[in-house]
Design a protein around this ligand. Structure first.
Ligand code: SR1
Ligand code: MG
Length: 417
């Protein structure tokens, strides 16, 4: 897939509900998917994220979800933005869908002039964050997300494909610079400086923000994470894997919204997901709910690691060993290299998880999780605990060893709840 064509035959227009109906009616395979006549279809808007317009259209036979980029950030029209993000989301789906058909949606149609992406609708599914805020925690979902991260990243890494294919894909996604800039600024830079986009309502968080900004260890770690994000193209990342980018029925889970896709360190996707689980954990009052969150973090990591290593093992049975980049047949060298590779992903995961907790608490685009806590002192205590956990994570002198040390640090900060 090449980058979007800039000369357009028909000028871009933002769709309304009738425009959505007209677009779908003009695409016979999609119209057939809905069934009936266009007049019978129900079309409604479900825009929920910060950037785009999203609609669902349903007919007697089925439904589709239509997403269109706006020339600005949806929640802030003064923040102008090019339209090409749906191109990258379509390209991401086309790259990963063959490897995770049970865990994401298929790109049914992409219009490079109107920047419209159409996928099957998920009307029986709920956004994972919404489900968790209502107290529905499903450890099985964490296992599925672990599986998704393992399969989507392994398949698009040098462990699975010749470098020529990886390089071609890197060239394509290297153009996703508007959204990569958002990540570099909003996740990995702004919270550590004074910036008008940062905000927090509770003045009791201010001393922690000051401590984050004056801690040399935090600054150094964030600098190194920013470099890793930009200079470690291990695999094609989803790029925005928070719990609002996951829809689930509790049994069937789909990862959506891959518009931030870019090549980067695998631990970035893992870290954003775990960071959002931890934000939800700190916003959860009952002990049983907290225990389920801990279970989800462990389940996610175990599932990711198991699947990633299994895929790696399968690849070693390739007949042409010259296509392998870790080609040694010596088992102990192999195991050593693999364990180092996985440990590095874990280190990245811990760092990006901390950065995600911080940006979702004091930067731009906070999470809604804490809004379930109506008692202000309780909310303050919990937000402070989450931020202090993240700060501690970034300040660790020795790398946190996979899981046990990370969880110990988490337990330590949970004792403030
Ligand atoms: C201006 S975009 C703000 C945030 O929304 C998206 O979901 C990403 O998380 C981004 O950082
Ligand atoms: Mg999104």
């Amino acid at each position: 897939m090449t980058t979007p064509e800039l000369q357009q035959a028909s000028p871009y227009t933002t769709l309304d509900l009738e425009g959505v109906r007209t677009v779908i009616a003009s695409l016979p395979p999609l119209a057939a998917r809905l069934g009936g006549t266009p007049a019978e279809w129900r079309v409604w808007e479900v825009s929920d994220g910060n950037l785009n317009m999203v609609f669902v259209a349903e007919g007697p036979e089925g439904g589709v979800c239509l997403k269109q980029a706006l020339p600005h950030v949806r929640v802030d029209p003064s923040w102008k933005m090019p339209l090409d993000r749906t191109f990258f989301e379509a390209a991401y789906l086309r790259a990963v869908f063959p490897h995770v058909p049970d865990l994401t949606t298929e790109c049914l149609h992409f219009d490079p002039e109107q920047f419209i992406l159409i996928v099957p609708s998920l009307s029986g599914h709920t956004v994972m964050r919404t489900a968790m805020m209502a107290g529905h925690y499903h450890p099985a979902v964490a296992a599925q997300v672990g599986d998704f991260v393992a399969r989507s990243t392994f398949a698009t890494s040098l462990l699975a494909e010749p470098f020529e294919r990886i390089m071609d894909r890197r060239i394509c996604f290297a153009r996703n610079q508007t959204l990569t800039r958002i990540t570099v600024d909003l996740v990995l830079t702004d919270p550590y400086h004074d910036h008008p986009r940062n905000h927090w309502a509770d003045p009791q968080l201010t001393p922690i923000v000051a401590a984050l900004r004056t801690s040399p260890a935090v600054q150094a770690r964030i600098d190194s994470l920013r470099l890793r994000f930009l200079c470690t193209p291990q695999a094609l990342l989803h790029g925005d894997l928070h719990t609002g980018s996951i829809m689930t029925t509790g049994t069937d889970t789909r990862i959506i919204d891959g518009e931030f896709a870019t090549y980067g360190p695998i631990g970035f996707d893992a870290g954003l997901f775990v960071g959002n689980l931890i934000l939800s954990l700190f916003a959860t009052s009952d002990r049983a709910g907290q225990a389920l969150h801990l279970d989800m973090i462990q389940t996610f990591w175990t599932s990711f690691k198991k699947r990633f290593l299994a895929l790696w093992q399968e690849r070693e049975w390739a007949e042409d060993r010259s296509t392998l980049y870790y080609a040694t047949t010596d088992k102990s060298t192999q195991n050593f290299e693999k364990s180092l590779f996985i440990q590095n992903i874990f280190q990245d995961m811990a760092g990006f998880c901390a950065a995600e907790i911080i940006r979702r608490s004091i930067g731009y685009a906070h999470v809604a999780d804490f809004s379930v806590l109506t008692d202000q002192p309780t909310r303050t205590t919990r937000q402070k605990a989450a931020l202090l956990f993240a700060k501690d994570c970034l300040e660790q002198k020795k790398p946190l060893k996979p899981l046990a040390d990370f969880l110990e640090l988490l337990y330590l900060h949970m004792s403030a709840l």
